[in-house]
Write a protein that binds this ligand. Sequence first.
Ligand code: ADP
Length: 163
Amino acid sequence: MTKQKRIGIFPGSFDPITLGHLDLIERASKLFDQLIVLVATNTSKKPMLSPEDKLRLIEEAVSKWPNVVVDSLPQGLIATYYQEKGASALVRGIRNPIDFEYENSIASINRTQVEDLETVLLYARDEYRHLSSSLVKEIAHFKGDLSRLVPENVIRVIENQSK
Ligand code: ADP
């Protein structure tokens, strides 16, 4: 009998992808046979990047990890996607107690949709604990230094947008 492939899904807005997200992706990729980075629509946030730019920037940034793939979910529930993929767990990151509270409710809500859905929470590394896409947007707006916050390709797109 062939062993079933363990698939992890890391959903997020990634607007834009940060070094904190990438650290989490690298660590999570070691826990699964395949990790899907899923660009999902957060209906309460107005995006800075177009869906195409987001996808391309993430694909470029994760190309060094062979078992990481990128997909997008413009419509529909993450829980439904999880079920369709036969995934083993959703991966999310925890930077602070606020994230923890938030992730708690998402995990519970997801379980109302798919009863056996598992959520794996990974702690952010200390150096990325204060890093969020919203702070990146704030710093980008005032043309600050993004070099320790996001990958090179993201900096290029942001610089082009503000020209
Ligand atoms: P969402 O809108 O779904 O919260 P985000 O792109 O903001 O999307 O975050 C996706 C996931 O990545 C969340 O679980 C978040 O806690 C986690 N995350 C965000 N920034 C970091 C970071 N600096 N280090 C580790 N995890 C992070």
